[in-house]
Design a protein around this ligand. Structure first.
Ligand code: NAP
Length: 323
């Protein structure tokens, strides 16, 4: 029997063109993202799903698709998928780790430099015609905070956290890290979460989002940070209590933030963080380079092809399903 696979978006990369040789392929052609209802309709009778992090694969959806045999997500984070519901049905979930590590670490550093040196604020200042003879270079003109030589605290020393540490070493930074499980990395001092927050000039988040890490950065922990510290989030929005962060930034309890990810995406224009000029934001572009997105798509397709051929996926989040 020919298996049916649904892909929730047109994908870059080379491998997607081969997929039709292995299955009956159906792909959402847009425009934009397909919603929950469309996904449920399209997935009916399908054996495989290739999805993005914008597609919520929850227990309700899974109950409506009894034939589903595998899910392959073009992302490393899989918080958009109900993993226990999948595992309960022995459905493997593929993801795309590794290939986006350096790209995402670059984004964390881009946000860190932009927030510390007020790059976006300065850009707006020039474009809006405010750079005049009366309002020009002065000793305190657009002064920011040094990244070089400062102390960075990395929360989550996984692949991306370690790539951030390598960049920080190049900037001559003192590097602190907290990881759930003990991990020794040369040049990185392991400390408790509290000590990290108290000592760091920059705090960069790199843990996966789960029930345990949701609101890890709550009001209490944000209050432990230095008042001139900067918070960078390229992990997942749900790790931070956004309201508490906005209050701290507005009240001067925190100097600035660089944020690539929000609890609800696309972020609402009413989100308090967007009204603060000491916040630099991006629309979840951590892994967004042409090369990296192509590699991620290729892995997502490879995972699907492995499943269609009855082999274990190359990158499987719940390998226990193969036991
Ligand atoms: P990784 O190598 O698997 O690292 C995951 C990290 O999360 C590890 O430090 C891990 O700690 C920690 N972690 C997992 N569950 C935890 C829990 N319950 N409590 C505390 N710590 C926990 O993954 P990665 O490639 O570095 O990616 C990290 C995250 O970055 C992804 O999950 C994703 O959400 C996010 N990301 C965002 C973008 C973007 O576009 N902005 C791009 C790529 C990735 P242990 O070592 O103890 O397991």
């Amino acid at each position: 029997m020919t298996k049916k696979v649904f892909v929730t978006h047109q994908l870059p990369g080379a491998r997607i063109h081969d997929l039709a040789r292995y299955c009956e392929l159906n792909m959402w052609m847009g425009p934009g993202l397909l919603g929950v209802e469309n996904l449920r309709q399209e997935l009916r009778g399908c054996h495989g799903l290739i999805c993005l992090l914008t597609d919520r694969v929850d227990a309700t959806l899974l109950a409506a698709v009894p034939d589903l045999e595998f899910v392959s997500s073009m992302s490393v984070g899989v918080d958009h998928v109900d993993l226990s519901a999948l595992s309960a049905r022995n459905i493997p979930l593929g993801n795309t780790p590794g290939v986006l590590v350096d790209t995402t670490a670059d984004t964390a550093f881009a946000l860190m430099l932009a927030a510390a040196r007020r790059v976006v604020e300065a850009d707006n200042f020039v474009r809006q015609g405010n750079w005049t003879q009366k309002n020009a270079w002065a000793p305190d003109f657009f002064t920011g905070k040094d990244v070089s030589g400062a102390t960075i605290g990395i929360i989550g020393l996984g692949q991306i956290g370690q790539a951030v540490a390598r960049r920080a070493a190049g900037f001559g930074m003192e590097i602190l890290a907290w990881n759930r499980t003990s991990r020794q990395v040369p040049g990185v001092e392991s400390v408790s979460l509290e000590e990290l927050l108290q000592r760091s000039d920059f705090v960069s988040l790199h843990v996966a989002l789960s029930d345990e890490t949701r609101y890890l950065m709550n009001a209490e922990r944000i209050a432990l940070m230095k008042s001139d510290a900067i918070l960078i989030n390229t992990a997942r929005g749900g790790i931070v209590d956004e309201e508490a962060l906005a209050v701290a930034l507005a009240d001067g309890h925190l100097a600035a933030a660089g944020i690539d990810v929000f609890e609800n995406e696309p972020v609402s224009p009413d989100n308090a963080l967007l009204s603060l000029k000491n916040v630099v934001v991006a629309p979840h572009i951590g892994s967004a380079t042409t090369l990296t997105r192509g590699k991620m798509a290729d892995i997502a397709v490879e995972n699907a092809i492995a499943a269609l051929e009855g082999r274990p996926m190359i990158h499987c989040v719940n390998p226990d399903v193969y036991r």
